[in-house]
Design a protein around this ligand. Structure first.
Ligand SMILES: [Zn+2]
Length: 228
């Protein structure tokens, strides 16, 4: 990255007081307790019907060959792919290993792809997550960190919440406070509509335990931005 450390990166948040404001109300994804009382097949059926209505209201001709399967396609994509992280049954299972090598240095998994969706506009948030921890005796397969990031991304989200949810999961999973999560992402709701700012990105972080120490945090940031 050109301007050195990420502090100089623009933190882009819409300033207009209207529907562009991205408020975060809770660290838990706001979901109703009856969310999983109906099964995926029925959800797909219901969403298909409602999405068809949206397209019809927009005046689209659903008899067109190119459009006729879109409601079904969108419904399946919502339930089976891009929002499947709403369902706790889709949470990746994790096996912990003993830290046999007594590796007591910072462990960094960087540049994890993030594909999430702004819960205010239902358009993509695309970016990278960087996750670090110090082992408190247990370690986890690195791909599990990527999977956990993906699981929390596949929901309607707010970037701040996504960052904290991943950090909390890491703390619980690895039984340590020494966790850092940094996410840099572009929000298509900002880039393609509203203020139409294509060059800004949003940086959010969640530091705990040892990472509250500025020296440790700087070491983490050096690993992350090395060579950029
Ligand atoms: Zn948005």
């Amino acid at each position: 990255m050109k301007d050195g450390l990420p502090y100089s990166k623009s933190l882009k948040i819409d300033e207009e007081i209207n529907d562009d404001d991205h408020y975060l109300t809770s660290i838990e994804t706001p979901i109703r307790s009856d969310a999983f009382e109906i099964d995926d097949e029925l959800k797909i059926e219901l969403i298909e019907k409602k999405f068809r209505e949206i397209m019809e209201v927009l005046g689209l001709d659903l008899s067109d060959d190119s459009l006729k399967d879109t409601p079904k396609r969108v419904a399946k994509m919502y339930v089976k792919e891009i929002f499947k992280g709403l369902d706790p049954r889709n949470k990746p299972s994790v096996t912990l290993f003993e830290n046999k090598y007594k590796f007591n240095q910072m462990l960094v998994e960087k540049d994890i792809s993030v594909y999430s969706y702004c819960e205010h506009h239902f358009v993509p948030i695309i970016g990278k997550a960087h996750v670090a921890y110090y082992s408190a005796g247990k370690v986890v397969g690195l791909s599990k960190i990527n999977r956990m990031v993906q699981y929390y991304s596949k929901r309607p989200q707010v970037q701040e919440r996504l960052t904290v949810q991943i950090a909390n999961e890491m703390k619980e999973m690895l039984q340590t406070e020494d966790v850092a999560v940094l996410i840099e992402a572009d929000h298509l709701c900002v880039a393609s509509r509203g203020v139409q700012d294509v060059s800004s990105s949003t940086v959010t972080s969640s530091y705990h335990g040892k990472f509250l120490n500025p020296q440790v945090r700087d070491e983490f940031l050096r690993y992350v931005y090395e060579g950029k």
